[in-house]
Write a protein that binds this ligand. Structure first.
Ligand SMILES: Cc1cc2nc3c(=O)[nH]c(=O)nc-3n(C[C@H](O)[C@H](O)[C@H](O)COP(=O)(O)OP(=O)(O)OC[C@H]3O[C@@H](n4cnc5c(N)ncnc54)[C@H](O)[C@@H]3O)c2cc1C
Length: 462
């Protein structure tokens, strides 16, 4: 019997029945996340934990044998955060999916495997609201959201996942369990260690239970869609809207993205439209006023047409291009979804640079932006069957990263750092910050076994 077989048997014996997956097709399906890394590792084993005890057993085993562990939620990371590592254990928590809502305290206690949209729906059915709404909400998990501090289009008003976490239960690198945070948002419990795990990308521990605060469900909604003849005018209007209010969401799509949506939806989009601004208000007593002000500002910036509605189904109809882009791209996983943060005044310049780089590289690029938070997502499409096309796409990405760095922008906005951006982002940290990151990692994970490719480099990477 090989050493590997013995290790897998020893691990399997410590776990619930069927928790260890050995079928080669199944193991293959856990090697990659949405970054589709062609060099994804081959794990020693994939474990789909059934209970927190399974997670503890994996970490005890991994510590004893110094085997790395990659925690995994739904695998929607676009930066290689949950990509498998050679010889490691990929630890999926997707089956830890209990969901209990307490209307009295307005909190939800969830397993990390609960899908974001399922929590939002369950909260809405009880008249409550869970705000963080990443665009991947239909298929990403709350554990992954906490581990990357996910935000979404409504982040300009509602912040990110960190703003809703009240308590975390975490399995540490040696298999012990710790709880961080109090029972309620205002309960103080010493050093704010809980916050370290939010955005740590599985490098400090495995999250096994999360308590989240919920808000009352907003009753009023307005949707605004404003059509502009130039992209710059749409961004200028956004900048003025941001100075006047915090809409619940504001997004800009420009022509290349609109064209993809148009091919899918056949909306009859006007040839003169260069960009559409989508604005939303859910301010209970002030939604009508906010929508009217958004309309006024858009018209002042030359919007050709502005539609405003309080009817949710009409609102969904005029917002269709936003979903349409993703519907059109669905199933086409050969795309790189990038994620940058620049000051709102530089967004248009960044998009211009992205298209120039795309032209120079012979590469199709689309972008969409959440201007109030300065977030820009270029999407680079390629043909996975064509090595040259893939090479060009990854080359385009490197040039985009360099362009953002040159502009002084953030190389990661809301999707995390993962494996793909670790070296690039680390260049932006000063030595003191780098040392503290490494020391902090060593306190929680002295053997360096937790998600070793992601987020933090250790001394062994020098
Ligand atoms: C089309 C598309 C749109 C997207 N839009 C957004 C967006 O609007 N906003 C946004 O923030 N992100 C977005 N993302 C990125 C991604 O969906 C988020 O980062 C999401 O939070 C990842 O959740 P997941 O369950 O898929 O995690 P995974 O991909 O499985 O893991 C992500 C990271 O979290 C760690 N992790 C997962 N579960 C745990 C756990 N229980 N304990 C410890 N660590 C854990 C992993 O090790 C990894 O480092 C998008 C992705 C796609 C493909």
């Amino acid at each position: 019997m090989s050493n590997e077989t013995e290790l897998v048997q020893e691990l399997g014996a410590a776990l619930s029945a069927n928790a260890i997956l050995t079928d080669s097709d199944v193991v293959e399906s856990y090697r990659r996340d949405w970054s589709m890394d062609p060099d994804a590792g081959r794990p020693l084993a994939v474990v789909r934990a059934r209970t927190e005890d399974d997670v503890r057993a994996v970490m005890r085993f991994a510590s004893a044998h110094r085997i790395p562990v990659v925690p995994r939620g739904a695998g929607s990371s676009v930066i290689g955060g949950s990509t498998a590592v050679d010889g490691a254990i990929t630890l999926s928590v997707e089956h830890l999916d209990d969901l209990v809502i307490d209307p009295e305290t307005m909190t939800a206690v969830v397993g990390p495997g609960v899908i974001n949209a399922e929590l939002s729906t369950a909260a809405a059915e009880r008249g409550m609201f869970y705000p963080p709404n990443p665009t991947s909400s239909d298929f990403c998990s709350i554990g992954g959201n906490v581990a990357t501090d996910s935000g979404g289009p409504n982040g300009c008003k509602y912040g990110s996942t960190a703003d809703y976490v009240v308590n975390l239960r975490v399995v540490l690198a040696d298999g012990s369990v710790a709880e961080f945070g109090g029972p309620m948002p205002k309960a103080t419990t010493g050093l704010p260690l809980m916050k370290l795990f939010i955005g740590a990308e599985g490098t400090l521990g495995v999250i096994t239970r999360i308590t989240l605060r919920l808000l009352p469900q907003p009753a009023e909604h307005r949707t605004v869609a404003a059509f502009f003849a130039t992209r710059e005018a749409a961004f200028d209007a956004c900048a003025d809207i941001a100075k006047a209010m915090r809409p619940s969401e504001i997004a800009v799509m420009d022509r290349p993205a609109l064209d993809v949506a148009e091919q899918h939806l056949h909306m009859g989009l006007d040839d003169d439209t260069a960009a559409v601004l989508f604005g939303y208000s859910d301010a209970d007593t002030g939604a009508a006023g906010e929508a009217a002000l958004m309309e006024k500002i858009c018209r002042r910036h030359g919007a050709d047409d502005v539609f405003v509605t309080d009817d949710p189904s009409e609102g969904a109809m005029i917002s269709r291009p936003r979903e349409g882009v993703f519907d059109a791209l669905e199933g086409r996983r050969a795309l790189i979804v990038e994620d940058f943060a620049v000051p709102p005044g530089q967004i248009s310049d960044l998009i211009t640079a992205a298209y120039r780089i795309g032209d120079e590289m012979g590469q199709q690029i689309l972008t969409y932006a959440y201007p109030v938070d300065g977030v820009v997502h270029p999407i680079i499409l390629f043909d996975p069957a064509d090595g040259e096309s893939a090479g060009r796409a990854f080359g385009t990405r490197s040039r985009l990263l360099a362009a953002v760095e040159e502009m002084g922008g953030g190389l990661a906005a809301e999707y995390g750092i993962g494996a793909d951006k670790r070296a690039a982002v680390e260049k932006t940290l000063d030595d003191a910050a780098k040392t503290l990151q490494r020391r902090t990692k060593a306190v929680f994970d002295p053997l360096g076994i937790l998600n070793p490719r992601a987020l933090v480099t250790t001394a062994s990477h020098d």
